[in-house]
Design a protein around this ligand. Structure first.
Ligand code: HEC
Length: 169
């Protein structure tokens, strides 16, 4: 009898440990919700049927400020007024390193399907509007940093005044 209770106890202990481990994994996954998007190959390969034009970008800008800017921010940096309510926080759409790796089809898919907390826009926006947004999202990407300015040749009389040693404490 005592043996059985002992076995029962260690079984319960083992179960408890398992549950604790599972909880830790769940918390970890929630905190680092950075898994890549699973986008079907066929979707990835889709090309934007629209081309870059003032009309398309102006239309997209309007949609963006109504549907996206509250999360992603006017400039796309992921700093909209509602951004801090969400976890994971809205993506920085100006991150060139990340965004230039995405195909048109991928961005279109992301807008179409969404991923919590980002809503799906499949029903809210027409196909054309979503493709217009792809053009607009592309336009948000920061231009690559300009090369450092060439050293100005020393022009006599154009020198920055040196801080006077007297005024420094
Ligand atoms: C409720 C807030 C919210 C709204 C509204 C929203 N997004 Fe998002 N968006 C997010 C979040 C959060 C992510 C990151 C999701 C993830 O990585 O799991 C995201 C990710 C993205 C991505 C993927 C970027 C990447 O890192 O791969 C794109 C593109 C995007 N959003 C575009 C848009 C566009 C365009 C709109 C408007 C039509 C929009 N979003 C509306 C919250 C939002």
């Amino acid at each position: 009898m005592t043996r059985d209770t002992q076995r029962g106890r260690s079984l319960r202990k083992a179960l408890l440990v398992c549950v604790l481990i599972l909880i830790c994994i769940a918390i970890g996954l929630a905190a680092f919700h950075k898994t890549p998007w699973m986008i079907p190959v066929a979707e990835k390969a889709r090309k934007n049927p629209l081309s870059y034009s003032d009309a398309n970008v102006t239309a997209a800008k309007q949609i963006y400020s109504e549907q996206c800017a509250n999360c992603h921010g006017d400039g796309g940096k992921g700093d909209g007024p509602d951004a801090m309510m969400y976890d994971p926080s809205p993506a920085d759409l100006t991150d060139a390193a990340k965004m230039t790796k995405l195909t048109d089809g991928e961005i279109y898919y992301q807008i179409t399907e969404g991923r919590k907390p980002m809503p799906s826009f499949k029903k809210k926006l027409m196909e054309q509007q979503r493709w217009q947004l792809v053009l607009f999202v592309r336009s948000l990407v920061r231009a690559p940093a300009p090369p450092p300015p060439a050293k100005q040749p020393d022009v006599p009389g154009n020198k920055q005044p040196e801080p006077s040693p007297n005024t420094q404490k």
